[in-house]
Design a protein around this ligand. Structure first.
Ligand SMILES: Cc1cc2nc3c(=O)[nH]c(=O)nc-3n(C[C@H](O)[C@H](O)[C@H](O)COP(=O)(O)OP(=O)(O)OC[C@H]3O[C@@H](n4cnc5c(N)ncnc54)[C@H](O)[C@@H]3O)c2cc1C
Length: 497
């Protein structure tokens, strides 16, 4: 791997047998995995370009066990990498050679559902889709819907502040989580938030959502449930250029309409998706926009008419309106399967995640096309168009020497461009290891030092998920007395990775 991770601690590696014995005493039975071939499935997450077998995997089943594991590791200076379903696309769950990989997959129960208060209390290993499946017969659902929802866990969603097509209208994970139970690195168990929308005290829950497993291990989550909208209908709109599609998106938002979802695909993505799911996407367009409206039927009909008119004004070359639930789902099927579909046209792809101001979309796409030529690699684009979140899929072949490095360089250029045009490094996939070294492109040394002080307040020994998110290691004691003068970080001699 071209990525530099913290050097393994030889003192910890020398104690591996003792660590395994201690973990077995906490989690008896088959909950501790040590054999090389059994560690293999855990060696990477969704960012498969990077691999590292963990020192040992432990799969606890209770909060008390998680607490005991963290307490032991804290006392013995052993690092921990939390893991949900391992679908992170930024390498957030990438193991370390000298760390315990703490898998939460056995935390897979829905503990309580309260339809009056509209909440569900779930363990972190429950998959995102399972929450909606558990409540849909009563007319409810859980709004954030990552495309990986059949596999990704609620704990992972909390750690990454995950989004999905419905987040434009209903908010990201952070807007739909009311409370968590969190085990701190020293084994202490705390509760943040609760069953109500705005609990008293500082918003530490807001801090934990999106903290990428760096502050604590989530062992229980209270989620907000929403009543299913009476109607949902979608439009499938084709454009002769991405610019026209982008303008249509801007005009829909400017008209005060907030669609339940608004997604765009460029030509390579449309062709890949259609070949994969065969749902009748037009193949003669340069951009395809899916706009979903939901609410009461009359409101939906009215808004469908408005969006149709805006599409027409922007020179749409085709426009289909879903006439049935099956057709609406078919419109979405291609978009939801876009990633695996692209996997069929290229041996490997590297999924980027950056966000830009919507109005800069045409310019960014144009510059991305130039980069594609310069790096000699293709790119297919899917976007959460409503909120400017881009997912360029860089096409490469890992078996061709140098192509992975070129894909990474291309990806870095895209993310730098996102920041340059006023956007941000990540929309929903997190920083992980993937964007770690680009953090200084977006944040000043003072910004980064302040974020690291928050990390130190939760985990002074820097034992939780080290090597992720922060581009350089500062020992907390030094950070405590760090003074940034004229943008110069002190202790430049400290090891960087
Ligand atoms: C095909 C595909 C499509 C995707 N589409 C989307 C999408 O539409 N939107 C989106 O936002 N993401 C998407 N993702 C990315 C990914 O699914 C999300 O980031 C997801 O939330 C990760 O969940 P996970 O359970 O797999 O977590 P993991 O990959 O196991 O871990 C992710 C991070 O969370 C931490 N973590 C996990 N569990 C806990 C816990 N209990 N306590 C503390 N920290 C924890 C880990 O340390 C790591 O840093 C996609 C991924 C794939 C492969």
């Amino acid at each position: 791997m071209s990525l530099k991770m913290p050097a393994p601690d030889t003192a910890v590696l020398a104690k591996r047998d003792d660590i395994i014995a201690a973990l077995r005493a906490i989690v008896p039975g088959e909950g501790v995995i040590t054999k090389p071939h059994e560690l293999k499935p855990f060696e990477s997450d969704g960012l498969t370009a990077y691999r590292q077998p963990p020192m040992v995997v432990v799969l606890p089943e209770t909060t008390a066990q998680v607490s005991a594991i963290l307490r032991y590791c804290h006392k013995n200076n052993v690092k921990i990498v939390p893991r949900g379903s391992g679908t992170s696309l930024s390498g957030g769950a990438l193991p370390l050679a000298d760390a315990v990989l703490l898998g939460l997959s056995k935390f897979n129960r829905i503990l309580a559902i309260d339809y009056d208060d509209r909440i569900a209390v779930v363990q972190p290993g429950v998959t995102n889709l399972a929450v909606t499946q558990a409540v849909q017969d009563e007319g409810f659902y859980y709004a954030p819907d990552p495309s990986s929802q059949i596999a990704c866990s609620i704990g992972g969603n909390v750690a990454e502040n995950s989004g999905g097509v419905h987040c434009l209208k209903y908010g990201l994970t952070t807007n739909n989580v009311l409370g968590v139970e969190l085990v701190l690195m020293d084994g202490e168990i705390i509760r943040l938030g609760g069953r109500q929308l705005d609990p008293a005290g500082m918003d530490l829950l807001g801090l934990v959502v999106g903290s990428e497993g760096l502050l604590g291990v989530v062992t229980e989550v209270t989620l907000r449930l929403l009543p299913k909208p009476q109607t949902a209908r979608a439009l499938l709109i084709g454009f002769s250029s991405v610019e026209r599609g982008g303008q249509c998106v801007a005009d829909i938002i400017a008209a005060g309409i907030i669609p339940a979802g608004m997604e765009m695909m460029d030509k390579p993505a449309i062709h890949a998706a259609e070949a994969f799911v065969n749902v009748g996407y037009p193949l003669d367009v340069e951009a395809l926009l899916i706009v979903e409206l939901d609410g009461v039927a009359a409101e939906c009909d009215h808004l469908i008419g408005e969006v149709e008119q805006i599409a027409h004004d922007n020179g749409a070359v085709s426009c289909k309106i879903s006439g049935s639930e099956a057709e609406r789902l078919a419109f979405w099927a291609g978009r939801k399967a876009a990633f695996p579909a692209v996997g069929r046209i290229s041996p490997d792809y590297y999924c980027m995640d950056g966000t830009i101001p919507r109005r800069r979309l045409p310019e960014v796409l144009q510059r991305m096309a130039q980069m594609s030529e310069r790096h000699g690699l293709g790119v297919a684009n899917v976007f959460h168009a409503g909120d400017g979140n881009l997912h360029p899929l860089i096409l490469y072949d890992a078996n061709q020497p140098g192509q992975l490095e070129r894909a990474e360089a291309f990806g870095n250029d895209i993310l730098r461009l996102c920041v340059e045009v006023g956007g941000v490094l990540t929309g929903e996939h997190g920083v992980g290891v993937e964007k770690r070294d680009l953090m200084p492109v977006m944040f000043t040394p003072a910004d980064l030092a302040q974020q690291q002080r928050v990390k130190c307040a939760f985990d002074p020994g820097l034992l939780l998920n080290p090597g992720k998110v922060f581009p350089s290691l500062h020992r907390c004691a030094e950070l405590g007395r760090m003074h940034i003068h004229a943008g110069q970080v002190p202790f430049p001699d400290l090891p960087r990775f």
